[in-house]
Write a protein that binds this ligand. Structure first.
Ligand SMILES: Cc1cc2nc3c(=O)[nH]c(=O)nc-3n(C[C@H](O)[C@H](O)[C@H](O)COP(=O)(O)OP(=O)(O)OC[C@H]3O[C@@H](n4cnc5c(N)ncnc54)[C@H](O)[C@@H]3O)c2cc1C
Length: 282
């Protein structure tokens, strides 16, 4: 839609351009910003002009720029995982962590037009519970690289960046620069479950289980998103028993109700998915 209150759209070319006057906001792909009225918005600073490399990989980590698109991310999935229905399709199977790129991208149910412009940073910063890039990054213990308003940089686990429905820990003037996924997470085994109220509906709840590939530290992490107002991680030093997992799930206090699902349904489905994944990981 037209945002008739917007007076100026500036394209950022270097860091000095990333400053925000009152009423200005960063622009990623614009798929959320231009989807509804934005009270008080007078200007946009287009981050895609920064030319950040979409994805870089080192021995230690995979760095995904905030301006990477959902399509860039889906393309990271090895072709065999993309074509494998167990990995990419119907929420089944424990496998390579890279299958998650495909599974999470497919959880943003939109046309190729949206996939090719919607950004990873925009998805996380929008902080919708059903934000699949938040789910992916939180489940893989990614770190958010944040550019601060005073030209500095700080880091925060993505799981802690989204603090509630449409709420983040970003301070005014801060932008998400990138997310960094540690190599150890990429080498983990993962399992994925997602449900929505209708076949093409927005996520009701999503549970991702991740087991460390290292025998020395057999950490198992369950990440719940979509059904909760913010990402919730349940960590275990060793594969949990069914009772231990159930106890941990009972401690979650941020189930919520909206048109995409009721809190009790979300809690029940998440518990069922977590138990299925626990059994599969073993
Ligand atoms: C058909 C359709 C289906 C959708 N399905 C889903 C869904 O299932 N789940 C979901 O979460 N969303 C969904 N969306 C909403 C939206 O498209 C996505 O959240 C998308 O990823 C937003 O990315 P963007 O780059 O377009 O963000 P923009 O619209 O450009 O920005 C969104 C917000 O993030 C801020 N922002 C952008 N980049 C940064 C940055 N680097 N640092 C700090 N702040 C930033 C902007 O200022 C703005 O407040 C859907 C949209 C459509 C049209």
């Amino acid at each position: 839609m037209d945002l008739i209150s917007v007076r100026e759209v500036r394209v950022a070319r270097n860091r000095d351009d990333i400053v925000f006057a009152p009423g200005e906001q960063p622009l990623g792909g614009g798929t959320w910003l231009f989807s509804e009225e934005q009270d008080g918005l007078t200007g946009l600073v287009d981050l895609t002009g920064m030319g950040w490399p979409s994805i870089t990989e080192t021995d230690a980590a995979l760095t995904i720029s905030a301006t990477s698109t959902i399509a860039d991310l889906a393309a990271l999935t090895p072709a065999d995982l993309r074509s494998d229905p167990l990995a990419g399709g119907r929420d089944r199977g424990i496998g390579d962590a890279r299958a998650l790129f495909w599974q999470c991208a497919n959880s943003l149910l939109a046309s190729f037009k949206i996939w090719n412009v919607a950004t990873v940073g925009g998805n996380i910063a929008t902080a919708l519970p059903a934000g699949p890039m938040t789910s992916l990054a939180a489940a893989l213990d990614a770190t958010a690289i944040i550019w601060t308003a005073d030209d500095g940089e700080r880091t925060l686990p993505v799981a802690d960046l989204v603090t509630g429905v449409r709420q983040t820990a970003l301070a005014p003037g801060e932008v998400l620069r990138a997310i960094e996924i540690p190599r150890s997470s990429l080498e983990s085994r993962t399992g994925f479950r997602r449900i929505a109220l209708s076949p093409l509906g927005r996520t009701g709840t999503m549970v991702i289980a991740r087991a460390s590939a290292s025998g020395a530290s057999p950490e198992v992490v369950f990440t719940v998103t979509g059904g909760t107002t913010r990402p919730v991680q349940l960590r275990f030093d060793e594969p949990p028993s069914a009772a231990a997992l159930e106890r941990a799930l009972l401690g979650i206090d941020c189930w919520y109700t909206d048109p995409h699902g009721a809190a009790d349904w979300r809690r029940a489905m998440s518990a069922r998915f977590a138990e299925e994944l626990r059994a599969e990981l073993q």
